[in-house]
Write a protein that binds this ligand. Sequence first.
Ligand SMILES: Cc1cc2nc3c(=O)[nH]c(=O)nc-3n(C[C@H](O)[C@H](O)[C@H](O)COP(=O)(O)OP(=O)(O)OC[C@H]3O[C@@H](n4cnc5c(N)ncnc54)[C@H](O)[C@@H]3O)c2cc1C
Ligand SMILES: NC(=O)c1ccc[n+]([C@@H]2O[C@H](COP(=O)([O-])OP(=O)(O)OC[C@H]3O[C@@H](n4cnc5c(N)ncnc54)[C@H](O)[C@@H]3O)[C@@H](O)[C@H]2O)c1
Length: 443
Amino acid sequence: MTRQYDYDVLYLGSGHGTFDGAVPLAQTGSKVGVIEKDMIGGTCPNFGCNAKIALDAPVTLLRKAERFDNVVAGSLALNWKENIAYKQHVIEDLPDMITGLIEGAGIDIIHGTGVFQDRHTILVNGQQKTAENIVISTGLRPHRLDIPGSELAHDSREFMNLENLPEKIVVVGSGYISMEFVTMANAAGADVTVLMHGDSTLKDFYQPYVSKIIDDLKGRGVKFIKNANITSFETLNGQTVVHYGENKQLIADWILDATGRVPNVEHIGLPEIGIDYNDKGIVVNEYLQTNIDNIYASGDVIDKKQPKLTPTAIFESLYLSKQFAGQSNEPIKYPVIPSVVFTSPRIAKVGISVEDAKKNNDHIQQNQLVDDWYRQVNHERISENTLIFDDDHRLIGATEVSEQADNAIDTLLPAIEFKFSKEDVSRVIHLFPSISASTWGLL
Ligand SMILES: Cc1cc2nc3c(=O)[nH]c(=O)nc-3n(C[C@H](O)[C@H](O)[C@H](O)COP(=O)(O)OP(=O)(O)OC[C@H]3O[C@@H](n4cnc5c(N)ncnc54)[C@H](O)[C@@H]3O)c2cc1C
Ligand SMILES: NC(=O)c1ccc[n+]([C@@H]2O[C@H](COP(=O)([O-])OP(=O)(O)OC[C@H]3O[C@@H](n4cnc5c(N)ncnc54)[C@H](O)[C@@H]3O)[C@@H](O)[C@H]2O)c1
């Protein structure tokens, strides 16, 4: 039988919202195509998670050595240039590796910018590519301030490719990217000023714990200016000047615009073919289907309440692959999704927030961990968590600020997702000593 279309499924974008699902789908015999205008693998491997965590590793080491200053002799310093070079070494094979995975499954990669022509057709490089089903997986891009001189500011991708660390860095915004990059730049010796939109940082995280991170950064010389109201950037006598507030100004060698990320929904023909979208992304139903029933969306580009993170994108692309392969016709059911900000100490959370727990009269257990013997092994100076339980003592939420908050929260996920009872909890044996054993012991 001849196919009516070039592909059974055609994906627009090649990030985690695409390839984690496209590969197993192609392995079931479906004819799959992927269109990508930039680097294969998208944001996470090339200029997101993998790149960032490679740069963070020596920062963690520096901070650990600092905490052991009476035990580990000599002072350490971070070599920025070498760190950037090593990060590049760690990630540079990832696009080829992902290309190998994709092509190895028999998928066509089409390099170019795709634009919808109709519900079954995408125009790329002047050629029409047709498919029975199409998945929009175009991700997010950095938001840019709409002020005079905005072109003088840079984004996170440029930051991670800076060969030399600028002396004076101004960071606009105080969300995930801002706080992670401020931590790195400060540890490497830059003079960093954060210009905040309002008066809170990391506003979706438990504020008493966020304050501990901010106070620590302030102690290390980072300056935070609340309600900065930036009006313009300009170049004056070879320097960049940031104008803010009522006639105030700052001199910067480099500006990071970390004011959020916006969905790639423009210039891909969505209004022309009538797909619903808004400034948060593409509107989908519980099958990740748009209002045009053979067109779906996956990953960060979806307008959703779940966190726009790599594991969410992977979960969605795998979900769609099962739908297309006829292995499931269930609506998507998201598991609990944790989030972490890779500052030092880190802050991480999952499930019900402390604020909601207070409103719901859930059981709140606050643990000061600085005196815990296992945390003392690492000389942790800021180490605290809050666990939230329902009336049957099943864990429903957790948040932690500590050097190991990411691993501690990760350890707790099965207890929340599978609603472990006290008895189930006692059936799990962790390695000892370990962060898992230490954290599980709190349940
Ligand atoms: C600095 C930074 C750090 C991050 N750190 C973490 C972290 O630690 N942990 C975590 O879980 N998440 C992190 N994230 C978020 C994570 O990177 C994203 O959630 C994830 O990459 C989303 O995958 P995606 O496939 O939806 O989008 P993307 O990976 O952005 O892929 C979309 C792709 O579509 C392509 N595209 C767009 N339009 C077109 C078009 N018209 N034609 C062809 N191709 C097109 C783009 O070029 C891109 O490659 C970070 C993000 C950033 C920016
Ligand atoms: N560790 C991680 O998992 C991780 C790390 C980095 C990024 N990410 C992902 O990337 C997304 C984007 O991160 P982000 O830091 O760009 O966004 P964000 O939404 O976390 O932070 C944006 C910041 O910019 C501020 N802002 C907005 N408009 C402004 C304006 N006009 N002037 C000044 N400030 C303004 C906001 O108040 C906020 O502080 C995150 O939501 C997350 O999904 C995840």
